[in-house]
Design a protein around this ligand. Sequence first.
Ligand SMILES: Nc1ncnc2c1ncn2[C@@H]1O[C@H](COP(=O)(O)OP(=O)(O)OP(=O)(O)O)[C@@H](O)[C@H]1O
Ligand SMILES: [Mg+2]
Length: 289
Amino acid sequence: MTAVAFSMFFQFEGKTGTMNSVLKIENLHVRVGETPILNGVTLNIRQGEIHALMGPNGSGKSTLAYTLIGHPKYEITEGTIEIDGVGLNEMDPCERARLGLFLAFQYPVTIPGVKVADFLRHAVSNVRNPERKEGENLISMREFRTELRQIMGQLNMDEEFARRYLNEGFSGGEKKRMEILQMAMLKPRFAILDETDSGLDSDAVRVVSEGLSKLAGPEMAVLIITHHERLLEYNIPQHTHVMLAGKIVETGDASLAHELHANGYAEVRKRHPEEAAREQQTENAASAS
Ligand SMILES: Nc1ncnc2c1ncn2[C@@H]1O[C@H](COP(=O)(O)OP(=O)(O)OP(=O)(O)O)[C@@H](O)[C@H]1O
Ligand SMILES: [Mg+2]
């Protein structure tokens, strides 16, 4: 992806949306190539809420995240995604970003030759001025630097970071912090964090968790995909969802996340034998191929 395309990707309309917007996912079926991966996901997320999405490896969590932001590999065969009644199914990633969707990737991409500060300045300019033509009306350097410095300070990031090429040579933890920095600068309405805590040492998890808890508020909804509990300690979810074989099989409060961390998924599989059987079939098919 080019730098321009990438910064376009993060365009959205800023805070002009109505309060308490809702992201509605209804009976979503998604496949990659010929393989069905999501089998009827239904989920409503309101601005201001924190949701946790858990589930065993390969259950479809990242697939849901990629589908929401419109990754072309993930084909919707049935069901709808809407924000405040506006359908997203046919929208490209730029349009979705303009509506306030943001995904912090599980595996962030490297863009050699594009400096962090330049990337962020373009992305932030697009956010504040969606009508902007490329090359015009960049947010002023002074204004941008002041804000960047302040947010990097909050996230305990060395200012030297901003002068490096995007993600090039970044450690795993540095990449994840970079995702949070983007989010802090862009202030999306719906933020999806795909395992933003994985690979971080405990100090870094704390910094990211605290950073996120400062960002999350009435204007932002967060969907936290995680296998760990630390991120949720500072960002207590009102709703916890469990995905199994491409379906959300259970929803509860923060105590469900706690229980899953303590006991794993064996009980969930017992309670949902149909999905557990489908999970087994998929694994068998994958190991046979
Ligand atoms: N682009 C793709 N090409 C082929 N298969 C894919 C693709 N994306 C997802 N899958 C398959 O879909 C299933 C769900 O994968 P996904 O990455 O969504 O799981 P996950 O719940 O995020 O797992 P993890 O906890 O390991 O991150 C897996 O079997 C995976 O191999
Ligand atoms: Mg994943």
